[in-house]
Design a protein around this ligand. Structure first.
Ligand code: NAP
Length: 294
């Protein structure tokens, strides 16, 4: 039976640690860190994500400035708001909840956020820093959270064969880049046009799945003692929340596996807090947060 990589507990521990760090800064006379969260429209899943992120901010002492805009907000209006937040000295981080309504150019919006305040790590400058190995960029939250979770459990990544299923800009690609840093692991990224997915998943020492399809990866597609990181979040018709892998059967074969819920999700939110505190620290002349030192 596999080790269950308990992201929920670790995220809680990280929040407690951040809370006491923030307290220490405030006791020194600094203001609290702050994160601006922008939601455009009323997508129910996005509303839940935003609520969770703001609740987590509150718990550790990060002020969250919530800007909820209507679905039909013009792109120029959103860009104007971001510009104002970029210039606001009291705002450390800016997060625009994705997906955005169709009439808004997502990449344009991401690029309009100041790279220093881009706590999601999606700005091309931060992506470029991640891909060239520069350590002063901001790492996207889900890959950072996964990395911290693997390290907490002592999962060896050096010289491992890592297979990532899903090639999104948010998860798959930056996850691959993180494993490639310092020539740490050998990385294969699969996507919907991959000819024979099983051929790759069967070889993986570490398998990260980020697609959004329940049961995409079954126990017969992985080797014994694999480490499985399931990023997927899927709501079934009966209301259950599941990932992209057959957790019940794979856990009998794997060395370690993340549950859904309670695995990657809470670590993603924890990483958002880490990135925000890290930006705040640097603004006041302190080194970046040690947990971002990947
Ligand atoms: P996305 O942008 O839709 O990307 C999905 C990726 O999977 C794309 O690269 C897509 O390929 C690929 N894909 C589609 N069908 C495939 C198949 N049959 N085999 C292999 N690859 C396939 O999604 P995302 O934002 O990365 O999110 C993926 C999942 O993770 C979703 O369920 C999302 O809700 C979840 N998620 C969870 C967290 C968390 O914190 N737990 C964070 C972010 C996302 P193409 O690019 O070629 O279409």
């Amino acid at each position: 039976m596999a080790i269950i990589l308990d992201g929920k507990s670790l995220a809680k521990k990280i929040r407690q640690q951040l809370k006491s760090e923030v307290n220490q800064f405030v006791e020194k006379g600094l203001r609290n860190p702050s994160l601006a969260v922008i939601l455009v429209g009323n997508d129910p899943a996005s509303e839940v994500y935003v609520k969770n992120k703001r609740k987590a901010c509150e718990e550790v002492g990060i002020n969250s400035l919530y800007i909820h805009l209507s679905e039909d907000t013009p792109e120029e209006e959103l860009l104007r708001i971001i510009d104002k937040l970029n210039k606001d000295e009291d705002v450390d981080g800016i997060l625009v909840q994705l997906p955005l309504p169709k009439h808004i150019d997502t990449q344009k919006v991401i690029t309009s956020i100041s790279p220093e305040k881009d706590v999601d790590g999606f700005h091309p400058e931060n992506v470029g820093k991640l891909s060239t190995g520069m350590k002063d960029g901001i790492i996207p939250c889900t890959p950072l959270g996964i990395w911290i979770l693997l390290k907490e459990y002592g999962i060896e990544t050096f010289k491992k064969d890592v297979v990532i299923v899903g090639a999104s800009n948010i998860v798959g690609k930056p996850m691959g880049l993180l494993f490639l840093r310092n020539e740490e692991a050998t990385v294969t990224i699969c996507h919907k046009n991959t000819k024979d997915l099983r051929k790759y998943t069967e070889e993986a020492d570490i398998l990260v799945v980020a697609v959004g399809k329940p049961n995409l990866i079954t126990a017969d597609m992985v080797k014994r003692d694999v480490v499985v990181v399931d990023v997927g979040i899927n709501r079934l018709e009966d209301g259950r929340l599941v990932g992209d892998t057959d957790f019940e059967n794979i856990k009998e074969k794997a060395f370690a596996i993340t549950p859904v819920p309670g695995g990657v999700g809470p670590m993603t939110v924890a990483s958002l807090l880490i990135n925000t505190v890290s930006v705040y620290r640097q603004k006041f002349g302190y080194p970046k947060h040690p947990l971002t030192d990947v």
